[in-house]
Design a protein around this ligand. Sequence first.
Ligand code: BYC
Length: 332
Amino acid sequence: MYTQGLDSLGKECVDRSAGDSGPLAQRFQERVDADEKIEPRDWMPDAYRQTLIRQISQHAHSEIVGMLPEGNWISRAPTLRRKAVLIAKVQDEGGHGMYLYSAAETLGISRDQMQEQLLAGTAKYSSIFNYPTLTWADMGAIGWLVDGAAILNQIPICRCSYGPYARAMVRICKEESFHQRQGFEIMLTLARGTPSQREMAQDALDRWWWPSLMMFGPGDAQSRHTAQSMRWKIKRFTNDELRQKFVDVTVPQARFLGLTVPDPHLAWDEAQQHYRFGAIDWSEFQAVLQGNGPCNRERLQMRRAAHEEGAWVREAATAHARKQAVRQGEAA
Ligand code: BYC
């Protein structure tokens, strides 16, 4: 739908030679500064378009790859209720991916192109989904920590300057809130359970804590996109600001669960009204981004297999659409 709209855009909207400076660019920045939404048919600097395509497609891929670690546990969920909830959650992630691919398509990239980039291994997706889910407690830790981090990162995107991305995020954030609560509830049940259940919950926190902090991206001094993305109001907070918010809200939750955050340097700073925390191992983050995390290869293999096995569904849907079009043509 959106790409069809794009075909009819005025030439100045997609003409890269229009440049990223001059009166159009100035007017664009004034609109952003006035908190007006930029819509697909509006003029935008090419670099703004490319930044959004990069971020939104990475975000969409993260949702789709994010289905895999949890999908692994659907058949092993401990009760029917847990199974039904987990199926619904994984399905929600698939839906989020679809809204986000649609938002990216409004910028002139096709879903097929994005799929190709993901399957070829040239696209990024969140580092967090390259870690294994070893026990049932990991379903709790993902909901509590990973979805919790996602919410903090994504609520400000509801105010992103680009309309389709901002609007997609509203529904996504509502659903992520349910996900976070179901994860916390799993952790609470385990933390109040038998000693071995409690141990399982602590082990999951130990393994997911640091990767969750890495989700927010490199430190501000290393983040190459933040300054420009904040000027364009694509990002409203820096990576370090959001990471700090996450630590501040999550540490008391861990205390409530009776679990220990695996950071000996964690301490409340009364003067700053923030938790101070230990150094993040950025070499691990870089290794994961370069494709050398514990599960990078497995995740991509799974996506490629799903794509190949789903070929018949795409063919059947195309044949059905063709048949419908012929029938509608005959009826007209
Ligand atoms: N993993 O200059 P920076 C979810 C890359 S889905 C991998 O700070 P930016 C969920 C970054 O892309 C979670 N790569 O970049 C789903 C850039 O690479 P390129 C995903 C990362 O864009 C299912 C380079 O490092 N959420 O929550 O200003 C179940 C330099 O970074 C990561 C989103 O995508 C990372 N963690 O800021 C449960 C939200 N961090 O392209 C949960 C939208 C950084 O230059 N995205 N990189 O080669 C964003 O908010 C921003 O894109 C980021 C990065 C904060 C992630």
